[in-house]
Design a protein around this ligand. Sequence first.
Ligand SMILES: C[S@@+](CC[C@H](N)C(=O)[O-])C[C@H]1O[C@@H](n2cnc3c(N)ncnc32)[C@H](O)[C@@H]1O
Ligand code: SF4
Length: 387
Amino acid sequence: MTSGSGVYIHWPFCLAKCPYCDFNSHVHDSIDHDVWQERYLRSIDHYAALLPGRRISSIYFGGGTPSLMKPQTVAAVIDRIQQKWQVTNDIEITLEANPTSVEADKFQEFKAAGVNRVSLGVQALNDNDLKFLGRQHNVKEALKAIDIAKESFDRYSFDLIYARPNQSLKDWQQELEKALQYADGHLSLYQLTIERGTAFYQDYARKKFSIPGQDLAADFYNLTQDILQAHGLPAYEVSNHAKEGQESRHNLIYWNYGDYIGIGPGAHGRITMEGKKFATREHRAPEIWLERVGEHGHGAHPFEEVPAGDQFMEGLMMGLRLRRGISLTGLAENWRDYIDEDHLKEAVAQGWLAHENDNNLRPSREGVLRLNALIPYLLRSQADQAA
Ligand SMILES: C[S@@+](CC[C@H](N)C(=O)[O-])C[C@H]1O[C@@H](n2cnc3c(N)ncnc32)[C@H](O)[C@@H]1O
Ligand code: SF4
Protein backbone atom coordinates (compact mmCIF):
# COMPACT_ATOMS: atom_id res chain seq x y z
CA MET A 1 0.00 0.00 0.00
CA THR A 2 1.34 3.44 -0.87
CA SER A 3 1.46 5.99 1.88
CA GLY A 4 0.71 9.61 1.21
CA SER A 5 -1.59 12.41 2.25
CA GLY A 6 -5.32 12.54 1.68
CA VAL A 7 -7.47 15.41 0.47
CA TYR A 8 -11.05 15.61 1.79
CA ILE A 9 -13.52 17.83 -0.11
CA HIS A 10 -16.79 18.62 1.69
CA TRP A 11 -19.92 19.36 -0.36
CA PRO A 12 -22.44 20.65 2.18
CA PHE A 13 -25.76 20.29 0.30
CA CYS A 14 -28.48 17.64 0.23
CA LEU A 15 -31.89 17.34 -1.40
CA ALA A 16 -33.51 16.91 2.03
CA LYS A 17 -32.28 16.65 5.60
CA CYS A 18 -32.47 13.11 6.97
CA PRO A 19 -33.91 13.08 10.51
CA TYR A 20 -30.98 11.10 12.00
CA CYS A 21 -28.15 13.09 10.43
CA ASP A 22 -25.93 15.60 12.22
CA PHE A 23 -23.42 16.03 9.41
CA ASN A 24 -22.81 19.53 8.08
CA SER A 25 -25.48 19.32 5.41
CA HIS A 26 -27.97 21.91 4.24
CA VAL A 27 -30.90 22.16 1.87
CA HIS A 28 -30.66 25.19 -0.43
CA ASP A 29 -32.97 26.19 -3.26
CA SER A 30 -30.28 27.49 -5.50
CA ILE A 31 -26.57 26.83 -5.63
CA ASP A 32 -24.19 28.72 -7.88
CA HIS A 33 -22.06 25.78 -9.01
CA ASP A 34 -19.57 27.98 -10.89
CA VAL A 35 -18.82 29.99 -7.75
CA TRP A 36 -18.44 26.83 -5.66
CA GLN A 37 -16.04 25.37 -8.20
CA GLU A 38 -13.95 28.51 -8.23
CA ARG A 39 -13.77 28.55 -4.40
CA TYR A 40 -12.71 24.90 -4.15
CA LEU A 41 -9.96 25.56 -6.70
CA ARG A 42 -8.75 28.63 -4.83
CA SER A 43 -8.68 26.67 -1.57
CA ILE A 44 -6.61 23.93 -3.23
CA ASP A 45 -4.19 26.59 -4.48
CA HIS A 46 -3.93 27.94 -0.95
CA TYR A 47 -3.07 24.59 0.63
CA ALA A 48 -0.73 23.69 -2.23
CA ALA A 49 1.28 26.87 -1.61
CA LEU A 50 1.43 25.99 2.08
CA LEU A 51 2.27 22.31 1.61
CA PRO A 52 4.42 22.01 -1.51
CA GLY A 53 5.84 18.66 -2.60
CA ARG A 54 3.19 16.47 -0.94
CA ARG A 55 2.34 13.08 -2.37
CA ILE A 56 -1.43 12.64 -2.51
CA SER A 57 -2.69 9.06 -2.36
CA SER A 58 -6.40 9.72 -1.86
CA ILE A 59 -9.11 12.24 -2.65
CA TYR A 60 -12.50 11.87 -0.95
CA PHE A 61 -15.63 13.83 -1.88
CA GLY A 62 -17.86 13.66 1.20
CA GLY A 63 -20.92 15.47 2.41
CA GLY A 64 -23.67 16.34 2.37
CA THR A 65 -24.35 14.73 -0.96
CA PRO A 66 -21.41 15.18 -3.33
CA SER A 67 -23.21 13.20 -6.04
CA LEU A 68 -25.24 16.42 -6.40
CA MET A 69 -22.07 18.22 -7.54
CA LYS A 70 -21.68 18.91 -11.20
CA PRO A 71 -19.31 16.35 -12.73
CA GLN A 72 -17.30 19.23 -14.20
CA THR A 73 -16.71 20.60 -10.68
CA VAL A 74 -15.49 17.18 -9.55
CA ALA A 75 -13.25 16.98 -12.65
CA ALA A 76 -11.85 20.47 -12.08
CA VAL A 77 -11.05 19.70 -8.41
CA ILE A 78 -9.28 16.44 -9.32
CA ASP A 79 -7.34 18.14 -12.13
CA ARG A 80 -6.23 20.98 -9.90
CA ILE A 81 -5.03 18.59 -7.19
CA GLN A 82 -3.07 16.67 -9.84
CA GLN A 83 -1.53 19.89 -11.15
CA LYS A 84 -0.54 21.20 -7.76
CA TRP A 85 0.74 18.06 -6.07
CA GLN A 86 2.31 14.79 -7.04
CA VAL A 87 -0.32 12.07 -6.92
CA THR A 88 0.43 8.37 -6.51
CA ASN A 89 -0.15 6.04 -9.48
CA ASP A 90 -2.79 4.11 -7.61
CA ILE A 91 -4.58 7.15 -6.17
CA GLU A 92 -8.00 6.32 -4.71
CA ILE A 93 -10.68 8.88 -5.64
CA THR A 94 -13.95 8.27 -3.78
CA LEU A 95 -17.27 10.05 -4.09
CA GLU A 96 -20.16 9.57 -1.66
CA ALA A 97 -23.38 9.15 -3.61
CA ASN A 98 -27.04 8.88 -2.77
CA PRO A 99 -28.78 6.16 -4.74
CA THR A 100 -31.53 8.15 -6.43
CA SER A 101 -31.89 7.59 -10.15
CA VAL A 102 -30.88 11.16 -10.94
CA GLU A 103 -27.55 10.65 -9.24
CA ALA A 104 -26.88 7.16 -10.61
CA ASP A 105 -27.40 8.59 -14.10
CA LYS A 106 -24.33 10.77 -13.49
CA PHE A 107 -21.98 7.91 -12.51
CA GLN A 108 -20.39 7.62 -15.96
CA GLU A 109 -19.63 11.34 -15.91
CA PHE A 110 -18.08 11.06 -12.45
CA LYS A 111 -15.98 8.20 -13.75
CA ALA A 112 -14.85 10.32 -16.70
CA ALA A 113 -13.95 13.03 -14.17
CA GLY A 114 -11.52 10.61 -12.49
CA VAL A 115 -13.58 9.09 -9.66
CA ASN A 116 -12.64 5.41 -9.25
CA ARG A 117 -14.65 4.45 -6.15
CA VAL A 118 -18.17 5.29 -4.92
CA SER A 119 -19.68 4.89 -1.51
CA LEU A 120 -23.47 4.65 -1.76
CA GLY A 121 -25.79 5.66 1.06
CA VAL A 122 -28.27 2.78 0.73
CA GLN A 123 -29.07 2.74 4.49
CA ALA A 124 -31.80 0.06 4.37
CA LEU A 125 -33.18 -2.62 2.06
CA ASN A 126 -36.69 -2.17 3.38
CA ASP A 127 -39.02 0.49 1.96
CA ASN A 128 -40.81 1.26 5.23
CA ASP A 129 -37.52 1.87 7.00
CA LEU A 130 -36.19 3.99 4.15
CA LYS A 131 -39.27 6.18 4.62
CA PHE A 132 -38.71 6.31 8.37
CA LEU A 133 -35.10 7.33 7.73
CA GLY A 134 -36.36 10.15 5.49
CA ARG A 135 -34.53 8.87 2.43
CA GLN A 136 -35.30 10.02 -1.11
CA HIS A 137 -34.94 6.54 -2.65
CA ASN A 138 -36.64 3.15 -2.40
CA VAL A 139 -35.10 -0.33 -2.39
CA LYS A 140 -35.58 -0.82 -6.13
CA GLU A 141 -33.72 2.40 -6.89
CA ALA A 142 -30.96 1.51 -4.43
CA LEU A 143 -30.36 -1.87 -6.03
CA LYS A 144 -30.37 -0.28 -9.49
CA ALA A 145 -27.84 2.31 -8.33
CA ILE A 146 -25.61 -0.48 -6.99
CA ASP A 147 -25.77 -2.19 -10.40
CA ILE A 148 -24.83 1.03 -12.16
CA ALA A 149 -21.99 1.59 -9.68
CA LYS A 150 -20.75 -1.94 -10.38
CA GLU A 151 -20.70 -1.25 -14.14
CA SER A 152 -19.16 2.19 -13.76
CA PHE A 153 -16.40 1.96 -11.16
CA ASP A 154 -13.47 -0.28 -10.25
CA ARG A 155 -14.59 -0.29 -6.63
CA TYR A 156 -17.80 0.49 -4.77
CA SER A 157 -19.12 0.24 -1.27
CA PHE A 158 -22.46 0.92 0.33
CA ASP A 159 -23.67 1.97 3.77
CA LEU A 160 -26.45 0.44 5.81
CA ILE A 161 -27.84 1.59 9.15
CA TYR A 162 -29.01 -1.17 11.48
CA ALA A 163 -30.48 -1.67 14.96
CA ARG A 164 -33.41 0.40 13.74
CA PRO A 165 -36.69 0.77 15.68
CA ASN A 166 -38.73 -2.45 15.49
CA GLN A 167 -36.01 -4.29 13.57
CA SER A 168 -35.51 -7.83 14.85
CA LEU A 169 -32.23 -9.74 14.67
CA LYS A 170 -33.89 -12.04 12.15
CA ASP A 171 -34.96 -9.07 9.97
CA TRP A 172 -31.42 -7.77 10.01
CA GLN A 173 -29.92 -11.13 9.21
CA GLN A 174 -32.15 -11.45 6.14
CA GLU A 175 -31.43 -7.90 5.05
CA LEU A 176 -27.71 -8.37 5.47
CA GLU A 177 -27.74 -11.58 3.46
CA LYS A 178 -29.51 -9.76 0.66
CA ALA A 179 -27.00 -6.92 0.90
CA LEU A 180 -24.14 -9.39 0.61
CA GLN A 181 -25.49 -10.55 -2.75
CA TYR A 182 -24.99 -7.01 -3.99
CA ALA A 183 -21.75 -6.21 -2.19
CA ASP A 184 -18.35 -6.22 -3.79
CA GLY A 185 -15.29 -5.79 -1.62
CA HIS A 186 -16.47 -3.26 0.98
CA LEU A 187 -19.48 -2.50 3.20
CA SER A 188 -20.02 0.13 5.92
CA LEU A 189 -22.53 -0.97 8.57
CA TYR A 190 -23.50 1.57 11.21
CA GLN A 191 -25.71 1.13 14.23
CA LEU A 192 -28.34 3.87 14.35
CA THR A 193 -27.25 6.53 16.81
CA ILE A 194 -29.46 9.34 18.07
CA GLU A 195 -27.53 12.57 17.61
CA ARG A 196 -28.22 15.77 19.50
CA GLY A 197 -29.81 18.49 17.36
CA THR A 198 -31.47 16.10 14.90
CA ALA A 199 -35.19 15.54 14.38
CA PHE A 200 -34.76 12.00 15.72
CA TYR A 201 -33.31 13.40 18.93
CA GLN A 202 -36.61 15.13 19.69
CA ASP A 203 -38.76 12.24 18.53
CA TYR A 204 -36.75 9.82 20.65
CA ALA A 205 -36.96 12.11 23.69
CA ARG A 206 -40.75 12.23 23.19
CA LYS A 207 -40.77 8.44 23.06
CA LYS A 208 -42.13 8.35 19.52
CA PHE A 209 -39.87 5.37 18.92
CA SER A 210 -37.28 3.33 20.77
CA ILE A 211 -34.01 1.75 19.75
CA PRO A 212 -32.31 -1.39 21.05
CA GLY A 213 -30.78 -1.14 24.52
CA GLN A 214 -27.14 -1.98 25.21
CA ASP A 215 -27.53 -5.78 25.30
CA LEU A 216 -29.63 -6.06 22.16
CA ALA A 217 -27.34 -3.56 20.41
CA ALA A 218 -24.39 -5.84 21.28
CA ASP A 219 -26.32 -8.80 19.85
CA PHE A 220 -26.86 -6.84 16.62
CA TYR A 221 -23.17 -6.03 16.52
CA ASN A 222 -22.06 -9.60 17.12
CA LEU A 223 -24.49 -10.99 14.56
CA THR A 224 -23.16 -8.49 12.01
CA GLN A 225 -19.57 -9.52 12.73
CA ASP A 226 -20.37 -13.22 12.43
CA ILE A 227 -22.24 -12.92 9.14
CA LEU A 228 -19.69 -10.65 7.51
CA GLN A 229 -16.79 -12.77 8.67
CA ALA A 230 -18.46 -15.89 7.27
CA HIS A 231 -18.82 -14.11 3.91
CA GLY A 232 -15.18 -13.07 3.70
CA LEU A 233 -15.69 -9.40 4.59
CA PRO A 234 -14.39 -9.20 8.15
CA ALA A 235 -14.44 -5.93 10.04
CA TYR A 236 -11.20 -4.03 9.62
CA GLU A 237 -12.62 -1.10 11.62
CA VAL A 238 -15.54 -0.63 14.04
CA SER A 239 -18.17 -0.23 11.28
CA ASN A 240 -16.25 -1.08 8.13
CA HIS A 241 -15.85 -4.45 6.47
CA ALA A 242 -13.73 -5.41 3.51
CA LYS A 243 -12.10 -8.20 1.61
CA GLU A 244 -8.38 -8.06 2.06
CA GLY A 245 -6.92 -5.20 0.01
CA GLN A 246 -10.32 -3.53 -0.50
CA GLU A 247 -10.21 -1.33 2.61
CA SER A 248 -10.94 2.37 2.14
CA ARG A 249 -7.44 3.80 1.80
CA HIS A 250 -8.75 7.26 2.56
CA ASN A 251 -10.26 6.27 5.88
CA LEU A 252 -7.12 4.31 6.71
CA ILE A 253 -5.25 7.62 6.56
CA TYR A 254 -7.52 8.92 9.35
CA TRP A 255 -7.27 5.76 11.44
CA ASN A 256 -3.49 5.58 11.01
CA TYR A 257 -3.38 9.24 12.07
CA GLY A 258 -1.78 10.29 8.81
CA ASP A 259 -1.97 13.71 7.17
CA TYR A 260 -5.09 14.88 5.37
CA ILE A 261 -6.10 18.26 4.03
CA GLY A 262 -9.76 19.17 4.65
CA ILE A 263 -11.38 21.62 2.21
CA GLY A 264 -14.97 22.90 2.19
CA PRO A 265 -17.43 24.04 4.86
CA GLY A 266 -16.72 22.48 8.25
CA ALA A 267 -13.96 20.20 6.91
CA HIS A 268 -11.24 19.18 9.36
CA GLY A 269 -7.64 18.36 8.59
CA ARG A 270 -4.47 17.16 10.29
CA ILE A 271 -1.28 18.35 8.67
CA THR A 272 2.36 18.07 9.64
CA MET A 273 4.53 21.10 8.94
CA GLU A 274 8.16 21.43 10.05
CA GLY A 275 7.77 18.45 12.36
CA LYS A 276 4.70 19.85 14.10
CA LYS A 277 1.17 18.50 13.79
CA PHE A 278 -1.62 21.02 13.19
CA ALA A 279 -5.39 20.66 13.43
CA THR A 280 -7.23 22.59 10.74
CA ARG A 281 -10.89 23.49 10.64
CA GLU A 282 -12.80 25.34 7.93
CA HIS A 283 -15.70 27.72 8.55
CA ARG A 284 -18.81 25.63 8.97
CA ALA A 285 -21.57 27.74 7.42
CA PRO A 286 -21.57 27.36 3.62
CA GLU A 287 -22.15 31.10 2.93
CA ILE A 288 -19.43 32.19 5.33
CA TRP A 289 -16.96 29.67 3.94
CA LEU A 290 -17.72 30.84 0.40
CA GLU A 291 -17.30 34.48 1.39
CA ARG A 292 -14.02 33.85 3.27
CA VAL A 293 -12.48 31.99 0.36
CA GLY A 294 -13.57 34.84 -1.91
CA GLU A 295 -11.94 37.41 0.37
CA HIS A 296 -8.88 35.59 1.68
CA GLY A 297 -8.27 32.70 -0.71
CA HIS A 298 -9.12 30.15 1.99
CA GLY A 299 -11.91 29.36 4.46
CA ALA A 300 -9.81 28.05 7.36
CA HIS A 301 -9.82 29.12 10.99
CA PRO A 302 -6.28 29.71 12.34
CA PHE A 303 -4.45 26.37 12.52
CA GLU A 304 -3.96 24.95 16.01
CA GLU A 305 -0.84 23.05 16.93
CA VAL A 306 -1.70 19.68 18.49
CA PRO A 307 0.39 19.15 21.66
CA ALA A 308 2.24 15.82 22.00
CA GLY A 309 -0.19 14.44 24.62
CA ASP A 310 -3.20 15.25 22.43
CA GLN A 311 -1.48 13.70 19.42
CA PHE A 312 -1.02 10.53 21.41
CA MET A 313 -4.66 10.53 22.50
CA GLU A 314 -5.95 11.20 18.99
CA GLY A 315 -3.65 8.56 17.50
CA LEU A 316 -4.81 6.03 20.10
CA MET A 317 -8.50 6.86 19.53
CA MET A 318 -8.12 6.47 15.79
CA GLY A 319 -5.81 3.45 15.86
CA LEU A 320 -7.86 1.37 18.27
CA ARG A 321 -10.78 1.57 15.83
CA LEU A 322 -8.72 -0.70 13.59
CA ARG A 323 -9.02 -4.43 14.21
CA ARG A 324 -5.34 -4.90 13.46
CA GLY A 325 -4.62 -2.29 16.13
CA ILE A 326 -1.65 0.03 16.38
CA SER A 327 2.00 0.13 17.27
CA LEU A 328 2.45 2.06 20.51
CA THR A 329 6.06 2.97 19.68
CA GLY A 330 4.79 4.08 16.26
CA LEU A 331 2.53 6.54 18.10
CA ALA A 332 5.27 7.72 20.48
CA GLU A 333 8.59 6.24 21.60
CA ASN A 334 7.71 7.44 25.12
CA TRP A 335 4.22 5.89 25.07
CA ARG A 336 4.65 4.86 28.71
CA ASP A 337 4.42 8.55 29.63
CA TYR A 338 0.83 8.54 28.37
CA ILE A 339 -0.54 5.10 29.17
CA ASP A 340 -1.64 3.94 32.61
CA GLU A 341 0.12 0.56 32.62
CA ASP A 342 -1.99 -0.90 35.43
CA HIS A 343 -5.12 -0.11 33.46
CA LEU A 344 -3.54 -1.52 30.32
CA LYS A 345 -2.83 -4.80 32.13
CA GLU A 346 -6.38 -4.89 33.45
CA ALA A 347 -7.85 -4.25 29.98
CA VAL A 348 -5.74 -7.14 28.64
CA ALA A 349 -6.80 -9.38 31.56
CA GLN A 350 -10.46 -8.56 30.82
CA GLY A 351 -9.94 -9.64 27.22
CA TRP A 352 -10.68 -6.19 25.77
CA LEU A 353 -7.23 -5.71 24.29
CA ALA A 354 -4.30 -7.80 23.14
CA HIS A 355 -0.88 -6.31 23.82
CA GLU A 356 1.71 -8.11 21.73
CA ASN A 357 5.51 -7.84 21.80
CA ASP A 358 5.25 -5.04 24.31
CA ASN A 359 4.14 -2.86 21.42
CA ASN A 360 1.15 -3.72 19.25
CA LEU A 361 -2.20 -2.96 20.84
CA ARG A 362 -5.23 -4.62 19.31
CA PRO A 363 -8.88 -4.43 20.40
CA SER A 364 -10.91 -7.63 20.69
CA ARG A 365 -14.50 -7.67 19.47
CA GLU A 366 -15.54 -7.09 23.07
CA GLY A 367 -13.04 -4.22 23.28
CA VAL A 368 -14.47 -2.53 20.18
CA LEU A 369 -17.86 -2.37 21.90
CA ARG A 370 -16.27 -0.50 24.81
CA LEU A 371 -13.92 1.83 22.97
CA ASN A 372 -15.52 5.02 24.27
CA ALA A 373 -14.85 4.00 27.86
CA LEU A 374 -11.60 2.20 27.15
CA ILE A 375 -9.63 5.13 25.74
CA PRO A 376 -9.96 7.43 28.81
CA TYR A 377 -9.36 4.39 31.03
CA LEU A 378 -6.03 3.69 29.29
CA LEU A 379 -4.75 7.24 29.32
CA ARG A 380 -2.88 8.61 32.31
CA SER A 381 -4.45 11.79 33.59
CA GLN A 382 -3.03 15.07 32.29
CA ALA A 383 -1.55 15.78 35.74
CA ASP A 384 0.25 12.40 35.75
CA GLN A 385 1.55 12.99 32.26
CA ALA A 386 3.08 16.31 33.26
CA ALA A 387 4.67 14.87 36.44
C1 LIG B 1 -21.95 11.65 5.50
S1 LIG B 1 -23.09 10.41 5.70
C2 LIG B 1 -23.66 10.03 4.11
C3 LIG B 1 -23.54 10.69 2.94
C4 LIG B 1 -24.66 10.60 1.96
N1 LIG B 1 -25.25 11.89 1.89
C5 LIG B 1 -25.74 9.63 2.33
O1 LIG B 1 -26.66 10.01 3.03
O2 LIG B 1 -25.68 8.52 1.88
C6 LIG B 1 -22.17 8.94 5.95
C7 LIG B 1 -22.92 7.77 6.53
O3 LIG B 1 -23.03 7.89 7.91
C8 LIG B 1 -24.11 7.09 8.35
N2 LIG B 1 -24.85 7.83 9.37
C9 LIG B 1 -25.09 9.15 9.40
N3 LIG B 1 -25.78 9.48 10.53
C10 LIG B 1 -25.97 8.31 11.22
C11 LIG B 1 -26.63 7.98 12.45
N4 LIG B 1 -27.22 8.90 13.20
N5 LIG B 1 -26.62 6.67 12.84
C12 LIG B 1 -26.00 5.74 12.10
N6 LIG B 1 -25.40 6.01 10.92
C13 LIG B 1 -25.38 7.28 10.48
C14 LIG B 1 -24.96 6.77 7.14
O4 LIG B 1 -24.89 5.40 6.83
C15 LIG B 1 -24.32 7.58 6.06
O5 LIG B 1 -24.36 6.95 4.81
S1 SF4 C 1 -27.58 11.36 5.68
FE1 SF4 C 1 -26.65 12.05 3.80
S2 SF4 C 1 -28.39 12.78 2.53
FE2 SF4 C 1 -29.15 12.61 4.60
S3 SF4 C 1 -28.89 14.71 5.43
FE3 SF4 C 1 -27.07 13.50 6.04
S4 SF4 C 1 -25.56 13.91 4.49
FE4 SF4 C 1 -27.58 14.53 3.65
